[in-house]
Design a protein around this ligand. Structure first.
Ligand SMILES: *[C@@H]1O[C@H](CO)[C@@H](O)[C@H](O)[C@H]1NC(C)=O
Ligand SMILES: *[C@@H]1O[C@H](CO)[C@@H](O)[C@H](O)[C@H]1NC(C)=O
Ligand SMILES: *[C@@H]1O[C@H](CO)[C@@H](O)[C@H](O)[C@H]1NC(C)=O
Ligand SMILES: *[C@@H]1O[C@H](CO)[C@@H](O)[C@H](O)[C@H]1NC(C)=O
Ligand SMILES: *[C@@H]1O[C@H](CO)[C@@H](O)[C@H](O)[C@H]1NC(C)=O
Length: 478
């Protein structure tokens, strides 16, 4: 490394930003990289205007436009500043530090943390890639994050606790491991490259974004979690496989979610949406939960199997459900408090349930023409007195499809309970008439207390085992 190079490269670091443009020009000339004179005049760079005229924008665009990638490589190689780019951790506190970093490095080998940053704009300028994480956290002053040239973040792009942020403009960013955008309550604009192809985990929570449709080229995701975005009305993603979790909850109640290409997901939670479309979904490896949605129709015509629990809970308008191809549910089946579902007859192909059954609500009829085996128990609670419990508690032929030990069925004021052995042989059964509606209520409450709406795993657990214990208590009470 020539010492003249070192001086040329280090000088800008020690100088005020006002002279930076001039020094950049000098460094470039020194290395013989390019000759065209800069149009930017240092004196007119008004730092006070950065929130409207983004910091360093004109300067950087000019600069990065002229340095071709080949030139940039030569420039970096020949400069001692490359050492800066290799640093593992960069803690950036001012716009100046950031400006210097992007000027010296096309690629930052380590992680960038932006802390205590008081300027309104975070501008990544010419920076093209960050090998580690890029963390921007707890900065109440920042209104805009931009980087025309940022193409890749090797680790996580984390934006958290930016209470004045309105816009993220990273139009070339198409490669990142994870995007975590949380607690940016005024964020209304998020621009990434249209061709995001290498994204694994995306969490967007507590923003003011109205739509997300940036995931058109990601076929595989590990995680997609969209929650508490109060104004979000559209979410569309062309993802084909979700390896860990797909979770949509507590956004605008107008939200329409569209997953036209999704084939399988490890588990799926859809909550508080107005419409949900999964036309190609064929399997869910763990649980599938539809909770408190406002749709009147839900169709997954190609869904064949659910590896865990299938839950359809508190969808008050739902009246058309199509699970027409589901033949096996390996966990429990819970259909609870969907006040417009009069007939639980939308699983015509279902043959086997690996866990328990829990139906609660005002349904009048259940129909499972092909169901031959329920490995868990069965708890059915209908407020409708026309519901006929007998086909569950006293099956014709004396053998029940329920193998989990207990069957309890309430219809209006009458409750029937039965015990069965592991082969489904009926051991005993009992019938109780309630005197007051209060007692029915008591039972309903007990039943529902098994379900912790906020804890889905507890809910799944309760379907498999929890309610059995509760039922024993219940029986003991009477
Ligand atoms: C995605 O777009 C960026 C610029 O927006 C481009 O550099 C990159 O090559 C594109 N990648 C793919 C896979 O198309
Ligand atoms: C999703 O599936 C994983 C198993 O891969 C499990 O650990 C996790 O608890 C599931 N999440 C929900 C909400 O069911
Ligand atoms: C989920 O199920 C699909 C289809 O059965 C399978 O191909 C995939 O490997 C499973 N994924 C996980 C994470 O188990
Ligand atoms: C069930 O899925 C198969 C493909 O796996 C499809 O041909 C058939 O039409 C589906 N049935 C229904 C009722 O949608
Ligand atoms: C179901 O409805 C009953 C009666 O309105 C209520 O007490 C219970 O909390 C509800 N349970 C669930 C899981 O929504």
């Amino acid at each position: 490394m020539k010492s003249s190079n070192i001086i040329a490269a280090l000088l800008p670091l020690m100088c005020a930003s006002a002279s930076n443009a001039y020094l950049v020009q000098k460094v470039l000339d020194f290395n013989g990289v390019h000759k065209r004179p800069h149009a930017v005049t240092v004196g007119t760079l008004n730092l006070e205007k950065r929130d409207t005229a983004p910091a360093f924008q004109s300067l950087q665009d000019e600069w990065s436009a002229e340095v071709t990638s080949q030139d940039a490589a030569r420039f970096e190689k020949s400069s001692v500043i490359a050492e800066l780019c290799k640093k593992g951790d960069h803690n950036i506190e001012t716009a100046n530090q950031l400006f210097e970093l992007q000027r010296e490095c096309k690629t930052v080998m380590g992680t960038i943390h932006i802390n205590d940053f008081v300027d309104p704009v975070i501008d990544l300028g010419a920076l093209q890639s960050i090998i580690g994480d890029f963390v921007i956290e707890n900065l109440p002053e920042v209104v805009r994050i931009q980087g025309q040239n940022l193409v890749s973040v090797g680790g996580t792009l984390k934006i958290n606790g930016l209470t004045s942020l309105t816009s993220i403009h990273l139009p070339a960013l198409h490669h990142f491991n994870a995007l975590e955008c949380t607690v940016a309550p005024t964020l209304t604009s998020l621009t990434l490259a249209p061709n995001i192809s290498h994204a694994k985990r995306v969490t967007i929570s507590d923003t003011s974004l109205v739509e997300i449709n940036m995931l058109e080229n990601s076929e595989d995701l590990e995680l997609l979690n969209i929650n508490n975005n109060r104004y979000m009305e559209h979410l569309r993603a062309s993802v084909k496989r979700v390896h860990e979790q797909l979770s949509i909850s507590s956004n605008s109640r107008e939200l329409q979610v569209d997953f036209p290409d999704l084939q399988w997901a490890n588990n799926v939670t859809v909550r508080d949406v107005l419409a949900a479309s999964f036309p190609r979904l064929t399997s869910v490896n763990h649980s599938l939960e539809m909770i408190e949605n406002d749709f009147d129709s839900f169709e997954v015509p190609l869904l064949e199997s659910v590896g865990g629990t299938l839950g359809v809970i508190l969808n008050s308008k739902l009246n058309h459900v199509d699970f027409g191809n589901v033949s096996v549910i390996h966990g429990g089946l819970m259909i609870a408090n969907n006040s417009n579902i009069a007939k639980i007859n939308f699983l015509p192909e279902l043959k086997e349930i690996g866990g328990a059954i829990h139906f609660i609500g005002n349904f009048q009829e259940t129909e499972f023409p092909k169901l031959r085996l329920v490995r868990g128990s069965a708890l059915l609670q209908s407020t409708s007195s026309t519901f006929d419990c007998a086909k569950w508690t006293t099956p014709s032929g004396g053998n029940s499809i329920i193998r989990g030990g207990r069957i309890a069925c309430t219809a209006g004021q009458r409750r029937k309970t039965a015990r069965v052995n592991q082969d489904g042989k009926l051991l005993e059964h009992q019938e109780t008439q309630f005197d007051s509606p209060a007692e029915t209520q008591k039972e309903t409450n007990l039943g529902s207390s098994i379900i912790d709406k906020t804890s889905l795993s507890a809910f799944a657990w309760s379907l498999s085992f929890g309610w059995i214990a509760a039922l024993i208590c219940l029986v003991a009470t009477y």
